[in-house]
Design a protein around this ligand. Structure first.
Ligand SMILES: [Zn+2]
Ligand SMILES: [Zn+2]
Length: 153
């Protein structure tokens, strides 16, 4: 990154009421196969990029369009704030409280363009115990965990 301007990615929900702008590269990219992410995303796994809060800017057309579901039953065992568009229902953001409040999780599918996940290959896969048996491996490999990685000491 020798003096180059940081990568900027733009995204939106399906109806366009919520815009998002991500500056720089994410802290982590991952897939999550847990049952909460399956239900919330409507897909069989979530593909996510984790950014520092100050890298990401959300611009809703009105404050009320950004809805929050407080997920108290994620398989991680910790409360997760799941944000979605009140008009079209697209998931747009995940966040935690407490010590991880500095991070925001962006679903890759809301990034604009036909190749939303380009350049954002998952590094890790969480909750592989719930992974559909017909999914192939991530091209180039990703580190997989049955649930979550053990907490750092
Ligand atoms: Zn929308
Ligand atoms: Zn999950």
């Amino acid at each position: 990154m020798s003096g180059s301007t940081p990568t900027v990615r733009n995204g939106s929900c399906l109806c366009g009421s919520i815009k998002v702008r991500m500056e720089g590269e994410p802290f982590r990219t991952n897939l999550c196969h847990c049952s909460s992410c399956q239900k919330f995303s409507g897909g069989i796994f979530a593909s996510l990029a984790v950014y520092k809060t100050d890298q990401v800017t959300y611009t809703p057309s009105s404050p009320s369009v950004m809805k929050t579901f407080t997920d108290t039953t994620p398989e991680s065992g910790r409360v997760l704030l799941r944000y979605f568009c009140g008009t079209c229902g697209s998931p747009v953001k995940g966040a935690r409280t407490g010590r991880d409040a500095d991070f925001v999780v962006v679903p890759l599918g809301i990034i604009d363009g036909d190749t939303a996940g380009a350049g954002l290959k998952p590094q890790v896969e969480f909750f592989c115990r719930s992974r559909a048996d017909w999914i192939g491996d991530v091209v180039g490999g990703a580190e997989g965990f049955e649930t979550l990685p053990p907490p750092a000491a």
